[in-house]
Design a protein. Structure first.
Length: 320
């Protein structure tokens, strides 16, 4: 029966009942909608085989955060169902100081070294993102191309500098701290939003690959600058998940190791080798220039402060 005929045959009581049901439905709570605010990359292990995709979502305060999934592949695909692999956020950090904001961290592992990977972010409360892509680091000897910087800020000069940096087509960006100048203050969270907005839009290579962030903590990430606690650097630690500690290492192929240090901002190192504590530096695994030589150094009374890699080199690439 055509709809128009059906409506004509309705009684006044039927119409009033339908109007009441419609009004009731309009008063019922609507599902939460979560807007995606930022999507950027960090490393938390071997950069040849894994990457961490960080996603900020914004909901109405008091509503549940969405579930975040990432579908990915080594070939471009449009529809999410065409991607071969998927991963779900396992590190979800709602931020009490910023009601409605949640930082989701999705780990993609078992990636192919030296390969471009495509992905889309799927939210249970929003449409799928556009297609992003990045390239993993190689796991064999090859030239490295990266940029180093810090003391960035969020003004126009910082934007121009990032544009120039991205134009160099780096494989990653090594940042020495003092990024958004929030000083560990939650009231300055908008500075991080502006910093990440710049990063999202500018820090891609000429082929469109996202540039991963490898960051060390600086004094302008910490309330008070030095000798702080994790609570004093909440924004930095929540926004840039890289390691369980503020000092860590990354292996870049078989011959290069990168050590990222904390110069006393959260990790104390009084009387220790500069930049790290003995329990870490003293047992750090070092892979020498000879691929077959992997040594684990321990402090000794003869050279307690001599860096591990120097002790390996001095012994002719033999464990000592």
């Amino acid at each position: 029966m055509p709809t128009s005929v059906f409506l004509i045959n309705l009684t006044r009581r039927h119409v009033l009942l339908m109007m009441w049901i419609g009004a009731f439905l309009n008063l019922a709570p609507m599902p939460a909608e979560a807007a995606v605010r930022h999507i950027y990359l960090t490393w938390s292990g071997d950069p040849a085989s894994l990457v961490r995709i960080n996603v900020h979502t914004m909901t109405t305060p008091g509503q549940l955060a969405p579930q975040i999934h990432v579908v990915y592949d080594t070939v471009w695909a449009g529809a999410p169902g065409q991607y071969r692999w998927a991963s779900t956020s396992t590190h979800i950090a709602p931020i009490e100081a910023l009601p409605g904001r949640t930082v989701h961290s999705v780990l993609l592992d078992q990636l192919q070294p030296g390969t471009r990977h495509y992905y889309r972010v799927l939210s249970s409360q929003d449409a799928a993102s556009t297609v992003y892509h990045f390239r993993t680091m190689p796991d064999e000897p090859s030239p490295l191309r990266f940029i180093v910087g810090g003391d960035m800020g969020i003004d126009e000069h910082a934007r121009q500098l990032q544009s120039v940096a991205a134009a160099q087509d780096p494989q990653f960006a090594l940042l020495g701290g003092d990024l958004a100048y929030s000083n560990g203050n939650w009231d300055y969270a908008d500075r991080w939003d502006r910093w990440l907005d710049h990063w999202d839009s500018l820090m891609v290579t000429s082929t469109g690959d996202q540039i991963p962030i490898v960051s060390a903590i600086g004094n302008h990430e910490v309330r008070g600058g030095y000798a702080g606690t994790e609570q004093d650097a909440g924004l930095y630690l929540r926004y840039l998940p890289q390691s369980s500690k503020t000092f860590y290492d990354r292996q870049l192929g078989p011959h290069v190791a990168l050590l990222v240090l904390d110069s006393g901002h959260l990790a104390s190192h009084d009387g220790e080798p500069p930049g790290c504590s003995r329990h870490w530096c003293g047992t750090k695994t070092v892979t020498s220039a000879l691929p077959s030589t992997t040594c684990r150094c321990s402090p000794d009374s003869a050279s307690p402060a001599q860096p591990c890699h120097e002790r390996v080199a001095a012994s002719g690439n033999r464990c000592s």
